[in-house]
Design a protein around this ligand. Structure first.
Ligand code: UDP
Length: 498
């Protein structure tokens, strides 16, 4: 007869191999491993394990039961260059389909190792785009919970857009009111995510499959979200209603990195800068005077548009840190910076970081006064957690919806005025869409003293305090993690008694 006691829960975390998806799941792993009787295994590949190991090291050193399970990545078999194990390492977007093939091949590799995992996994938490994990969960008869890296606001918007006919025959650029929401928000189809606004690298069939798996209770027990209830309570409540209560907001996940070392090492990649240099620059500036500009890990902004951003930063007259990703076309921008004299002109006022910045470390510095962001959900939460007003410049995916939440619902940011989604692979289609003057104006609006700016700063500071409170013992995100662990324990008991 089966015993009723569960000695140790074992969570198998399976992130999508892209920094914006892997980084928050590593944070979840750390939070879970800090709870008693919980072991965590993060499924990844050798090069990703090297990249993210430093992030986990302090937890491993202090004896917490969290580790990586490395599965060999079939790069060559899928026609990818050797060593290309993360979406941001792809030499070109034409290789995305090959990358998906390689990711799918990980299923067999994981299942070959499954029986050797000790104790037997109690639960899978996998990125919602790792579709094969639903089959694996069924095969091994364990619950699968999805990690959705987007806000509750986005999920509620998407639900009601599917349910309504508002988009029928609507021209791309005609504003309409998002249906079913407690707030009145106007948007255009050209700003909607690929589910409603076709993109070359997100096939409708694939998106439909994601949706189908997400909506079947037999394939998906619930959703873990990187958000906190106090940020978007009405939308959390609504999503819970839509999902039968199984929604756990555990964030802001970045706050699990609570010392300078873990902030520096998080998602660490090769960078042109060491953290001391960065801190020295920030230390030399006045409190709340510096703009931090970063477009996340995977935006592919064209050089002509980046030049407008550079000129906008320069024209704002504020000190700034600007993160530029290396890539195919970085050379064009570098040439412009040298030949046009940009780097020379801004040398005492601007710091350029090539490729990867210690974002959390930078945002937590008292000199930062504004964050110019592409509106990736992680970045928004990180800005909010640091209590910093945002300058919003959405690019792709659900980022325009994130901008609406920030600018119109929470009123903690100012938009540069981008009008159309620039899908991955379509960066050249629209050319320059935001001019330097617009960037400069938005920065000035955020940084200026005066009632509007001060009120905005007060609102985001208050939200930042709530964010930090949410993860404390006994507060909302902390309790949600306890509830999640409780649920998984109950499920494991039912299985034992079956
Ligand atoms: N990030 C970082 N340094 C960089 C670029 C990105 O630390 O130079 C981190 C950032 O803190 C965030 C994640 O990478 O946690 C990016 O996620 P987000 O959702 O903002 O954007 P994405 O990269 O998915 O578009």
């Amino acid at each position: 007869m089966a015993s009723e006691s569960i000695n140790q829960l074992h969570f198998l975390l399976i992130p999508l191999l892209a920094p914006g998806h892997t980084i928050p799941m590593i944070d979840i792993a750390k939070l879970l491993a800090q709870r008693s009787n919980v072991k965590v295994t993060i499924v990844t590949t050798p090069i990703n394990a090297i990249r993210y190991s430093p992030t986990l090291q302090d937890h491993i050193n202090s004896g917490l039961p969290v580790r990586f399970l490395e599965l060999p990545f079939p790069a060559a078999e899928a026609g990818l260059p050797e060593g290309c194990e993360s979406a941001d390492a792809l030499p070109g977007l034409h290789l995305l389909p090959n990358f998906s093939v390689a990711v799918d091949m990980l299923q067999e590799r994981l299942e070959q190792r499954f029986d050797s995992l000790e104790p037997r996994p109690s639960c899978i938490i996998s990125d919602k785009y790792m579709l094969w994990t639903a089959d694996t969960a069924i095969k091994y008869q364990i619950p699968r919970i999805i990690f959705d890296g987007m806000s509750c606001f986005k999920q509620v918007c998407t639900h009601y857009l599917y349910a309504s006919k508002v988009l029928d025959d609507l021209p791309d650029s005609e504003p309409f009111v998002l249906p079913g929401l407690p707030d009145r928000i106007e948007i255009t189809r050209a700003q909607l995510p690929p589910e409603f606004n076709p993109s070359p690298f997100a096939s409708p069939e694939h998106l439909e499959k994601v949706r189908e798996i997400e909506s079947k209770a037999s394939l998906n027990y619930g959703i873990v979200i990187n958000s906190f209830e106090e940020l978007e309570q009405e939308y959390v409540n609504e999503l819970k209603k839509l999902k039968g209560g199984k929604v756990w907001c555990l964030g802001p996940l970045s706050l699990s990195n609570n010392n300078d070392l873990s902030k520096t090492l998080r998602g660490n990649s090769t960078s042109s800068i060491d953290d001391h240099h960065c801190l020295k620059f920030l230390d030399s500036k006045k409190p709340k005077s510096v703009i931090y500009a970063c477009f996340g890990s995977s935006s592919q902004v064209i050089p002509a548009q980046l030049i407008e951003l550079g000129l906008g930063l320069e024209g704002s007259n504020h000190p700034f840190i600007w993160v530029i990703r290396a890539g195919d076309r970085a050379k064009e921008l570098e040439e412009w910076m040298t030949q046009n004299g940009f780097e020379e002109r801004i040398k005492n006022r601007g710091l350029i970081i090539r490729d990867w910045a210690p974002q959390l470390l930078i945002l937590s510095h008292p000199s930062i006064g504004g964050f110019l962001t592409h509106c990736g959900w992680n970045s928004i939460l990180e800005g909010v957690s640091a209590g910093i007003p945002l300058i919003t410049w959405p690019q792709f995916a659900e980022q325009f919806l994130n901008e609406k939440l920030v600018v119109e619902v929470l009123r903690i940011g100012v938009s540069v005025g981008a009008k159309v989604m620039v899908h991955w692979g379509e960066e050249d289609r629209f050319g320059v869409t935001v001019k330097s003057e617009e960037v400069k104006k938005a920065i000035e609006k955020v940084m200026v003293d005066g009632i509007e700016g001060n009120e905005r700063r007060k609102r985001v500071k208050k939200l930042g305090m709530k964010a930090n409170k949410a993860i404390e013992d006994g507060s909302s995100s902390y309790l949600n993690l306890s509830l999640l662990i409780h649920d998984v324990t109950q499920l494991a008991k039912i299985k034992l008694n079956f």
